[in-house]
Ligand binder design. Structure first.
Ligand SMILES: CC(=O)N[C@H]1[C@@H](OP(=O)(O)OP(=O)(O)OC[C@H]2O[C@@H](n3ccc(=O)[nH]c3=O)[C@H](O)[C@@H]2O)O[C@H](CO)[C@@H](O)[C@@H]1O[C@H](C)C(=O)N[C@@H](C)C(=O)N[C@H](CCC(=O)O)C(=O)O
Ligand SMILES: Nc1ncnc2c1ncn2[C@@H]1O[C@H](COP(=O)(O)OP(=O)(O)OP(=O)(O)O)[C@@H](O)[C@H]1O
Ligand SMILES: N[C@H](CCC[C@H](N)C(=O)O)C(=O)O
Ligand SMILES: [Mg+2]
Length: 491
């Protein structure tokens, strides 16, 4: 595509240097630039894209988008916000693929990955080819693309959606993180349905206050329907039980479908029964009440199913058909995943890395645990410090034995993270073992018949980040190994 044609997308801009080159790709990362690329200079917290102007020209970039004066021989387009302009440019460059997909965005503190997987499984069972974007990567058909962020930047997203459309994918369901909303990574995407799960404490290192965190989430809803594709009806799907529901309803101009358990809602779960093997409930909908049975456990899983059911209903799947496929749905990798290696106690690996998700996981376990509850948990480094004591307090409150350990310490001192966790606790109420392998082994060895060991925080992760090194580590593998060793020792 020619530069001038691409620029018809942008509202106001200022140009420097003549020329109308052919653009072969749009990049914001100098390491991705190829001959023919348009490079967008983005100022971040660690780097400033404007510094790479010489490097990208040497690599063959043919045009630049910048926010502040740069010296270059190739056409430069000055805009006030480069990342947002980039959202529009890549949308045009890839031929507006999201106008050809039913695009669902899921935001909220917890449940995004789970809901996106549930939607994909239910839609695929109803023959709606569905792509997915989120913490576990980008997947559609047999294709898999790994990503380094839950919500990638616009060039990665638009390229993936273009490929999905070319593969005849009809719908895409994606996680939209609050970081992505603030940074405008999803600018230019034409969402049809926006889902809100819940808002509880996380990421205050980035957002500062819960008010600003909520504002970030609300951007998905205020931007819904702002795109010029007016053919599809836009809908906001909102959890009515969450305190943030009203704010989000006010943030959007499109129709609203609510779901919930405790408060009246358009789609509501009633008479919930949770066992270790699954959950049953009555699903009240505008079209009648249906009984649902699923393998997923816990009240939080009911919320996730409700959100997914609302989306699938809006996409034309009838309730009966949906409920039939919900029956067979297996959980998502690393979310309440049980590890079985012949032991007489339960081991559950879960991705709870926030106070609320840890509390939900433990409350669910307490509903069915016949023995003691043993929890292994840590907190990630270079992330919200204020959630650490809260998570530790919850672990102690709901467990018979709390073992504190490292999560991904990243560039922080693991001992400092552990100090942050335990600072409000009495000594003797917990055990501290910095090495995660040692902590898992210890917990497994302490378990008696019918006890439940919860290993929280890392779920599906197959690595541990210590310093800047990414080491192989998988809680499920470690737990299995510890159980085998214990059984081999005859204990
Ligand atoms: C706080 C945050 O969100 N940071 C993200 C953000 O960083 P930033 O804006 O500071 O950018 P930067 O790294 O300083 O780089 C500035 C510019 O220079 C460019 N650059 C940089 C280096 C270079 O050699 N060449 C080059 O061109 C970069 O491509 C970028 O355009 O943009 C970068 C480029 O996309 C991201 O890698 C980075 O994610 C960091 C690694 C991160 O940890 N983000 C986490 C907190 C995050 O976003 N998490 C959410 C999920 C949270 C949840 O679900 O709970 C997510 O969506 O993943
Ligand atoms: N609806 C929910 N409400 C509260 N907690 C939940 C809910 N769904 C899942 N959880 C808990 O949160 C953990 C993470 O779930 P999931 O990966 O689906 O969330 P996420 O929003 O994608 O997280 P991330 O921000 O890391 O991408 C699960 O392991 C579970 O303990
Ligand atoms: N999306 C979350 C994942 C946290 C997972 C946890 N294991 C950690 O490393 O803190 C984040 O980047 O904050
Ligand atoms: Mg996720």
């Amino acid at each position: 595509m020619k530069l001038n044609q691409l620029l018809t997308t942008l509202g106001s801009y200022r140009r420097e240097n003549e020329g109308d080159p052919d653009i072969s790709s749009i990049e914001m990362d100098s390491r991705q630039v190829q001959p023919g690329s348009l490079f967008v200079c983005v100022k971040g917290e660690r780097f400033d894209g404007h510094q790479f102007v010489e490097e990208v020209q040497a690599k063959g970039a043919v045009a630049l988008v910048a926010e502040r004066p740069i010296s270059a021989d190739i056409p430069v387009v000055y805009v006030s916000e480069a990342r947002r302009a980039m959202g529009m440019l890549v949308d045009t460059f890839y031929g507006q693929p999201t106008h050809q997909l039913s695009l669902i965005g899921v935001t909220g503190t917890n449940g995004k990955t789970t809901i996106t997987h549930l939607v994909r499984q239910i839609q695929e069972a109803a023959n709606i080819k569905t792509g997915i974007v989120g913490t576990m990567g980008i997947k559609f058909g047999q294709q898999e693309i790994s990503v380094s962020n839950t919500t990638p930047e616009a060039p990665v997203l638009q390229k993936a959606f273009r490929t999905m459309v070319d593969y005849d994918i009809q719908s895409a369901v994606m996680e939209v993180s609050s970081h992505a909303l603030v940074q405008g990574r999803v600018r230019g995407l034409d969402f049809d349905i926006a889902v809100f799960t819940n808002l509880t404490q996380d990421h205050l290192d980035y957002h500062g206050t819960m008010k600003d965190y909520l504002h970030a989430k609300s951007l998905l809803f205020s931007q819904l329907g702002n795109t010029y594709d007016s053919e599809r009806k836009k809908v906001a799907v909102i959890n009515n039980d969450d305190a943030a529901a009203e704010t989000l309803k006010q943030a959007t101009a499109v129709s609203i479908l609510t779901y919930g358990i405790d408060q009246p809602a358009d789609v509501q779960a009633q008479n919930i029964k949770v066992t270790a093997k699954g959950t049953q409930f009555d699903l009240k909908t505008p079209d009648g009440t249906f009984s649902v049975s699923m393998k997923l456990v816990g009240k939080f899983s009911v919320y996730n199913i409700l959100a997914a059911a609302c989306v699938c209903h809006l996409n034309g799947i009838n309730w009966e058909r949906m409920i039939e496929s919900i029956k067979d749905i297996e959980g998502v990798s690393g979310r309440f995943e049980t590890v079985e290696a012949g032991q007489n106690f339960s081991v559950i690996v879960d991705y709870s890395h926030t106070p609320d998700s840890l509390e939900n996981a433990l409350l669910t376990i307490k509903e069915f645990a016949k023995g003691r509850v043993i929890t292994v948990v840590g907190c990630g480094g270079d992330r919200d410090r204020t959630k650490r004591p809260l998570m530790a307090e919850i672990a102690v409150k709901y467990s018979d034995l709390a073992v504190f350990t490292s999560d991904n310490p990243r560039t922080e001192d693991p001992e400092r993270i552990l100090e942050d966790m335990v600072k409000g606790l009495d000594k003797g109420t917990y055990t501290k073992l910095t090495g995660r392998r040692e902590a898992i082994t210890y917990a497994v060895n302490q378990a008696a018949d019918h006890d439940v060991v919860l290993i929280a925080g890392k779920g599906h992760e197959t690595y541990q980040i210590i310093g800047t090194e990414v080491l192989d580590f998988d809680d499920r593998v470690e737990a299995r190994q510890a159980i085998k060793e214990r059984l081999a020792d005859g204990n």
